[in-house]
Design a binder for this molecule. Structure first.
Ligand code: 5GP
Length: 345
């Protein structure tokens, strides 16, 4: 047993210090980024916010709306090839740059990925997603996928430490998804005791990835727009959102009415609800590492997206970053013992 004594930080432990700025208005801020990916050499431009590959977030309807704002949707892996066919036939051609096909690492997952990419060869992103990105089998799967698809941008995760970021980038991933345990419907930390405070994970993993020419996605733990700003400030190239994009018309999942009020169901992808829906129940050797909640219906996601992007532009003006790209360089975090005033909540 060993103990690491360095303090590791979450979003709640810091605020961003304001800085003198020459920016006159939020309208002067550009949130668009352009990335060149380490293995494919391809470039992508857009706003680097991604809807999570959960079936109550990363839906086709979400992709239609978000691609209009140049945001990415990681489409959840439970659509059938027939459903994909209908969606792609009815989508504009630039959607292929703003969606990722999600896959696990099983044989069936690989077969489905191959089938979808044969059918829709223009889709740019593959998201190889497992709860625990530390297994050798996962690294092998990333290697094989890279060999098979030299021109696709491969996202792989989740991990939280620099050495594993490096290993996955060297195995063929372009972008590493970072986050174990911070998610809004995740119970991994409760069930297993395993995790890493998200802001420190971002800072350490971004450093490792950027050293090799790769990128990272901060995945999970953003509760309010300010957390997204902190994730970018800490060095995240992309930020993935589950809970903040759940509960909308486009989010999928059941709508429930109680006492005249509308709610939408939202659940973790390894919750009992998800297991029952997609695999016919929880295997006896497993415990659920996700929960199921009902959240008040939030309306159209476009309104939330505008709020998120407007807030991010405001962060940039507070620190004098004309472009989102400059935000990390202009961020000084101060450690704090308080956050916002909750008196009227
Ligand atoms: P949020 O933005 O809601 O805080 O976090 C979203 C992220 O939570 C997802 O992108 C995914 O990485 C993670 N997640 C989704 N479902 C589960 C689950 O059932 N268990 C765990 N441990 N994490 C989950």
């Amino acid at each position: 047993m060993r103990i690491e004594n360095d303090i590791k930080l979450g979003f709640k432990d810091v605020m961003i210090r304001p800085k003198r700025s020459t920016l006159k208005s939020r309208a002067a801020v550009s949130l668009k980024r352009e990335f060149k990916f380490m293995h494919t050499g391809k470039t992508w431009s857009g706003i680097p916010v991604i809807a999570a590959n959960m079936d109550t977030v990363g839906t086709f309807e979400m992709a239609v709306e978000l691609s209009g704002h140049q945001l990415i949707t990681a489409i959840h892996k439970h659509y059938t090839p027939e459903q994909w066919q209908v969606f792609m036939e009815n989508s504009s051609t630039n959607i292929t740059d703003y969606i990722a096909i999600s896959t696990g690492t099983g044989k069936k997952d690989a077969e489905k990925l191959n089938l979808l990419l044969r059918q829709f060869p223009r889709i740019l992103f593959i998201c190889i997603d497992v709860a625990n990105g530390y297994s050798e089998h996962f690294v092998e799967f990333v290697k094989e996928t890279r060999q098979q698809y030299p021109d696709k941008v491969i996202i792989a995760g989740n991990v939280v430490t620099g050495e594993m970021v490096e290993e996955l980038l060297l195995a063929g991933a372009d972008i590493i998804k970072v986050g174990i345990g911070p998610g809004s419907v995740c119970t991994t930390r409760i069930k297993t005791g395993v995790g890493y405070p998200q802001l420190s994970a971002i800072i350490e993993c971004a450093d490792a990835a950027h050293g090799l020419g790769g990128q990272i996605i901060s995945d999970g733990g953003c509760k309010i727009p300010g957390d997204i700003a902190k994730a970018f400030g800490g060095g995240a190239d992309f930020v993935m959102l589950g809970g903040m994009l759940a509960g909308h018309s486009e989010s999928g999942g059941e709508t429930i009415e109680k006492d005249g009020k509308k709610y939408k169901q939202f659940y973790g992808m390894s919750s009992e609800t998800a297991m029952e829906k997609h695999t016919g129940g929880m295997a006896a050797y497993r415990a659920s590492e996700g929960k199921t909640v009902e959240i008040p219906y939030k309306g159209k996601v476009g309104t939330t997206v505008k709020d998120i992007l407007g807030s991010l532009r405001s962060t940039c003006t507070y620190v004098g970053a004309q472009r989102l790209k400059e935000l990390t360089k202009r961020t000084t975090f101060i450690r704090v013992m308080e956050q916002h005033n909750e008196i009227f909540e």
